[in-house]
Write a protein that binds this ligand. Structure first.
Ligand code: TYM
Length: 335
């Protein structure tokens, strides 16, 4: 067996629904790059997932290309990893159908993201929104991924993928690998800057709640200056200080400083100084991502070359999985 075959396999995905947020970045994407040497990594822009809410076609196409350029700008090296666009590999949708027949209505009804999104899009509670976690299970299981780097909000979906895999294995014999979540210790749940009891999300109506990774320096600093904190004046991580806890987590994630170091750095200083420091640190940290992104998005031919090769490599793996699955469940072989 070659060296690459002995490495564990990682799969993760991100939806192309506009520029990524600081939450996407800290909770997920920035962890993807450093895994590339130790693991076989497969990363996908999951456009099939994105259409579970209404999308304007031209915008979706633009967002998908932007998202692809952004993951490369965040450190995904297409020479080391397989980076592709989900709809370019139709095996995901096919496996999703098979797995949906091993998924219960009741377990999909319990998904908190389904409940949240159906409340938010009450005029379009489509079947895709409901079966979305099955497609996510197919994404992961099609590659027999060992590890799935995600933020905390995707943990329930990953648990469902494990249940689906277990049920399939029980019915048809051991086949799918049980995927493990890979959730960062710091920043698994970056909160809104305007309401720190809520997750930072690009769909937030208040633009100050969410930092986008392509925001310019002034915008980033302005958003942090307006961040909601509390009526005390002490930079320390403590229950009940959700706003400050969130800012400390963000500052720690981009500077590598521990919470204790941050507390002593700002002892005797006010929240104004702290918020400015967090804004500057985030903007400086994201600057190289922004400039790399600008170069990549201007080179559509290079992007096309990368995502075409990525789709071929991804399809090669999943075709094998799918043909084994077809045989297991009793479909007649065409060859
Ligand atoms: P998506 O596109 O909503 O988010 C992409 C990644 O970003 C993480 N994330 C956050 N982390 C910390 N704080 C936040 N505020 C925050 N917001 C988002 C998410 O946890 C995620 O890891 N269903 C997935 C995409 C997906 C997928 C997959 C992921 C489809 N198939 C297979 C892993 C494996 C989603 O909607 O993520």
């Amino acid at each position: 067996m070659s060296d690459t075959n002995e490495k564990k396999l990682i799969f993760s995905g991100i939806q192309p629904t506009g520029t990524f947020t600081l939450g996407n970045y800290i909770g997920a994407i920035r962890n993807w790059g450093p895994l590339q040497d130790e693991y076989n990594c497969i990363y996908s822009i999951v456009d099939l997932h994105a259409i579970t809410v209404r999308q304007e076609p031209a915008k979706l196409r633009q967002n998908t290309l932007q998202a692809y350029a952004l993951i490369l700008a965040c450190g995904i090296d297409p020479e080391k990893s397989t980076a592709f666009i989900q709809s370019h590999n139709h095996n995901h949708a096919e496996l999703s159908w098979i797995l949906s027949c091993s998924t219960q209505f009741g377990e999909l009804s319990r998904m908190t993201q389904f409940k949240d999104k159906s409340a938010k899009h009450a005029d379009d509670i489509n079947a895709g929104l409901f079966t979305y976690p099955v497609l996510m299970a197919a994404d992961i299981l099609a590659y027999n991924a060992d590890l799935v780097p995600i933020g905390a909000d995707q943990k329930q979906h990953l648990e469902l993928a494990r249940n689906i895999a277990g049920r399939f294995n029980q019915k048809y014999g051991e086949f799918f690998t049980m995927p493990e979540p890979f959730i960062p210790k710091t920043g698994a749940r970056v909160m809104s800057l305007q309401d720190p009891s809520k997750k930072m999300s690009k769909s937030d109506e208040n633009p100050n709640a969410c930092v986008l990774i392509l925001d310019d320096k002034d915008t980033i600093i302005r958003k942090f200056k307006r961040a909601v904190t509390d009526s005390e004046a002490e930079v320390c991580y403590r229950e009940g200080k959700d706003g400050i806890n969130n800012l400390m987590t963000i500052y720690s994630a981009v500077t590598g400083k521990s919470l204790e170091e941050i507390t002593s750095e700002f002892s005797g200083k006010g929240y104004g100084d702290f918020k400015l420091a967090v804004g500057e640190a985030v903007a400086d940290h994201l600057e190289p991502v922004r400039s790399k992104y600008e170069k990549l998005i201007a080179d559509k031919a290079y992007l096309k070359e990368c995502y075409t090769a990525g789709a071929e490599a991804a399809s090669k793996i999943t075709r094998k999985t799918l043909s084994k699955v077809y045989r297991k469940i009793g479909f007649v072989d065409i060859r």
